[in-house]
Ligand binder design. Structure first.
Ligand SMILES: [Fe+2]
Ligand SMILES: [Fe+2]
Length: 250
């Protein structure tokens, strides 16, 4: 089996990962989210198997799809068990899932099986499987306090290591001359998408800050003026003044 190690950044951020996974309800929610991502990945790979003319790739994609569906089941079962265990309403920070920091298999990217060429798809798959294997490695390391969830990640990790290895091998077979370039292209696309997501997040923060400034600094003077105007009005019902000229129809 190919050996997988967490990335240097994840190793440095180990205490943060430990904190993210320490809350039981959040752990349950994250596992259920991971299950949905895995199932989605399984559907995409079944579609990739349908579209390819390469018999070996079709076989591998189908096995890959079955693996992803199995992962979805494992994550869902464990997530539901954890959720049942915390039905007693224990206080938690579960709403905060930190998905940008500790995402599931595809991170925040989606497969584009209909649009990407065969080698482009393999390059993308290789990078995302590699990232997933490294992430699952750190998750299982920090889950010492929950051996059941830890064993789920350990189990899934074996398949992810296989996915990572076969996608690279097939990429080199399908595109012997250009596989290095394809990997760089896929890396650049991932960096570009990460940049776009970051910019969307920054824009959202700036938008929220501007709305808060408007609410607390611009609206109060108008509210005060409206209040003053209201004080000048006579209280209760009052008779409308008669029309001053015959210019109006009424
Ligand atoms: Fe998976
Ligand atoms: Fe995978």
């Amino acid at each position: 089996m190919v050996s997988v190690r967490p990335s240097l950044l994840d190793r440095l951020l180990r205490p943060l990962h430990r904190w993210v996974w320490s809350d039981r309800r959040r752990r349950a929610n994250k596992l259920l989210r991971f299950a949905a991502t895995e199932a989605d990945g399984g559907h995409d790979l079944s579609r990739a198997a349908e579209l390819t003319n390469d018999a070996l790739l079709r076989q591998l994609y189908l096995r890959h799809a079955l693996d992803e569906h199995r992962h979805a089941r494992l994550f869902r079962d464990r997530g539901l068990t954890l959720l049942t265990e915390c039905q007693n309403g224990e206080a938690s920070w579960s709403r905060f899932e930190a998905n940008w920091f500790s995402p599931g298999e595809r991170g925040l990217d989606d497969l584009r099986v209909d649009k990407d060429p065969q080698d482009g798809l393999l390059a993308f798959l290789h990078l995302s499987e590699k990232a997933a294997a490294r992430r699952f490695c750190i998750y299982q390391e920090v889950l010492v306090s929950d051996p059941m969830t830890q064993s789920v990640f350990r189990d899934v990790l074996k398949d992810e290591a296989f996915h990572m290895a076969y996608t690279y091998k097939q990429l080199a077979r399908v595109s012997p001359r250009r596989h290095g370039w394809r990997l760089w292209q896929a890396r650049l696309v991932r960096v570009w998408k990460a940049y776009l997501r970051l910019m969307v997040a920054v824009a959202s923060v700036i938008g929220t800050a501007l709305l808060l400034v408007q609410y607390f600094l611009l609206l109060p003077p108008f509210a005060l003026l409206a209040k003053r105007g209201a004080l000048k009005e006579p209280p209760g019902w009052w008779t409308r003044r008669p029309a001053s000229s015959l210019k109006s129809q009424y």
